[in-house]
Design a protein around this ligand. Structure first.
Ligand code: MFK
Length: 557
């Protein structure tokens, strides 16, 4: 019989995720786990079954922008793909945002919600983008003290009823900069009736089909820079469904995340509501950034898991040179490395989720809050970079098939690339983390203490090397910071990425190690220890002193 290749398949994505299940067993009280597990099983089944089949069938569908109707009327209507329409309804019904705000399980509600997001994200082609922003907007409104928005808008963002559920965009990026938000040129002006109206261009607005958005604009007369901006809420359409002073100029032609209708917008007197004060918009939108960065990290871990799962399943089905790929020592070794990276990302992302949940339930002390401020950029930048690397390995694990579109595999690589770009690039977040570590000794010392405490928890000899590696890497980063702080701003900035990545990876290793000890003790299982040991042999300590003159010579024409 002629050779026939079976495609990779996915099982129940919760049931088969040993790393997630082991982590949740430690992180959640048994009664909470028992309550949330049925939802996770159900969503895991959909993610590996019906939704996966829909994803493959939906592969060529993309959002469509219709700017004019047949009779010359400007309509600027966006239609999203069939998969996204299903995802929107399902996200509302299953409380992908609501769960975090209902707080049925207090401080554990964030974990509950993000465990759902972890299963949902790889199954819905980046529908996590509008959900992340909606969650961020909900958090900003919840803590804004703006009674009107809390009463009229927040219930839509956290609704489980698909007819009431709204998603929110986060319109920040302008031509002048996606990173340097303080350079924004959008102007806010009050009209004769006292309504704020926005004028300007937003250059990269994800999920432009949303019913609402938070955005930044400069009230006329305000100074330049981030302090002169103010945070505004915008309801995008009126009761008849017409855009309110917004023109959608075009959809972006992106490398990946192609289901996400990312648009260029012109604001032509868009009515808007001031969320807080008339200044300090960057500071006021920061809670949203922290929530979307957390989603970014969870999505990175989830996409790494999806890639590793597909590659492992395929390796069982694919035969070459007389045996399955999984029986080939080098292929198995490569996949094991991929799995360890995915486990590390999972522990890092969910550790930030734990602290976020505690903060939201008012159970995090000042020290913890400051640790979380430093942690968020570190977690985002570390997992975002790791996800890009992992996606490339995943595609390669399929050989030529991974390079062919209708296998549904290349999209994993294209989509992963966004994770290190949006919500702050690796370098911008490295600088943010560096500034925070320098400015806030409490935050930095709490991070070092956390790494130390995780490493100290590892009593088993089999974890000794992993614990030592985490400790030494953190110590090296600490020593580098002290030495470089004396050397001047340029050398500090030049080393910021190595500093951030080292801290992020050292913390991931420390968390993995602590979990591995627990798993040895309680579950009598060695899988987590294997992940910690394997991850410990990857690049953890990236600190090194480079001669700035070498960099200059390399960049010289
Ligand atoms: C799957 C996940 C999907 C996610 C989908 C999202 C799609 C959305 C697409 C996008 O919107 S992409 C665009 C994302 N853009 C960014 O993330 C911006 C990246 N740039 C930065 O983060 C810069 O560091 C920053 C704009 C914040 C720098 O601006 P500034 O004007 O130099 O601000 P500065 O002075 O650093 O901070 C101003 C205040 O905010 C300070 O507080 P004070 O006024 O009290 O001194 C800061 O401490 C505070 N702040 C800044 N970042 C903060 C923060 N506070 C808490 N958390 C933070 N992260």
């Amino acid at each position: 019989m002629a050779f026939r290749q079976e495609p990779p398949q996915l099982g129940n994505q919760y049931e088969t995720d040993r790393a997630l299940r082991s982590y949740l067993k430690r992180a959640l009280p048994p009664e909470v786990l028992a309550e949330v597990e049925p939802e996770l099983f159900e969503l895991g089944g959909l993610a590996g079954g019906e939704l996966y089949r829909m994803q493959l069938a939906d592969r060529l569908n993309e959002p469509r922008l219709t700017q004019w109707d047949a009779w010359g009327e400007r309509v600027d209507r966006i239609e999203v793909s069939p998969l996204w329409r299903v995802a929107e309804r399902m996200a509302a019904e299953r409380g992908l945002v609501a769960t975090a705000y209902e707080r049925r399980h207090g401080a554990h509600s964030r974990l509950h919600q993000l465990a759902l997001a972890y299963l949902f994200t790889p199954a819905t082609d980046i529908y996590s983008c509008p959900l992340a922003m909606t969650d961020g907007a909900a958090r900003v409104l919840e803590t804004s003290g703006n009674g009107t928005l809390v009463k009229n808008v927040l219930p839509h963002l956290v609704s489980r009823d698909p007819e009431k559920f709204w998603t929110s965009g986060q319109w920040m990026t302008e031509l002048s900069g996606g990173s340097d938000v303080g350079a924004s040129e959008t102007i806010a002006r009050r009209d004769g009736e006292g309504v704020w109206r926005l004028y300007g261009r937003k250059w990269f607005t994800s999920a432009a089909a949303s019913q609402a958005a938070l955005t930044l604009a400069r009230p006329e007369g305000n100074p330049s820079g981030g302090r002169g901006l103010a945070l505004f809420f915008v309801e995008t359409r009126d009761r008849e469904g017409r855009l309110r002073g917004i023109r959608i100029d075009r959809l972006k032609e992106k490398l990946g995340t192609r289901k996400v209708p990312t648009a260029e917008l012109t604001l032509e007197g868009t009515p808007a509501v001031l969320v807080k004060g008339t200044t300090d918009g960057v500071r006021d939108i920061a809670p949203m950034l922290n929530v979307t960065r957390l989603w970014n990290a969870v999505s990175a871990a989830a996409l790494m898991r999806r890639g590793a799962t597909l590659a492992r399943d395929y390796a069982r089905r694919r035969t070459a040179f007389g045996s399955t790929l999984l029986e080939k020592p080098l292929h198995a070794d490569t996949l094991a490395g991929l799995q360890a990276e995915a486990d590390a990302a999972l522990h890092l992302a969910f550790y930030a989720a734990e602290l976020t949940g505690r903060e939201e339930a008012c159970e995090l002390d000042e020290r913890g809050a400051r640790l979380l401020r430093l942690l968020t950029p570190l977690v985002k930048l570390t997992t975002g970079r790791a996800a890009v690397h992992a996606a490339s390995e995943t595609v390669e694990a399929f050989g030529g098939a991974g390079y062919v579109e209708d296998t549904g595999l290349p999209v994993l690589l294209r989509d992963a690339q966004v994770l290190s770009i949006w919500e702050g690039t690796t370098n911008v977040l490295s600088l943010d983390a560096l500034r925070t570590a320098l400015k806030d000794e409490v935050a930095f010392s709490s991070l070092k203490a956390e790494i130390e405490s995780c490493a100290a928890a590892a009593r088993d000899e089999r974890l000794a090397h992993a614990a030592r590696t985490a400790r030494e890497a953190a110590g090296h980063a600490d020593a580098w910071l002290s030495a470089s702080a004396k050397g001047g701003q340029a050398s500090l900035e030049a080393g910021a990425r190595r500093f951030g990545m080292t801290l992020g990876r050292a913390l991931a290793l420390a968390l993995l190690t602590r979990h591995a000890q627990w798993s040895l003790d309680v579950e009598r299982a060695t899988r987590a220890a294997a992940a910690a040991r394997r991850f410990a042999h990857s690049a953890i300590d990236l600190i090194s002193d480079h001669d700035p003159e070498d960099a200059a010579a390399l960049l010289d024409d």
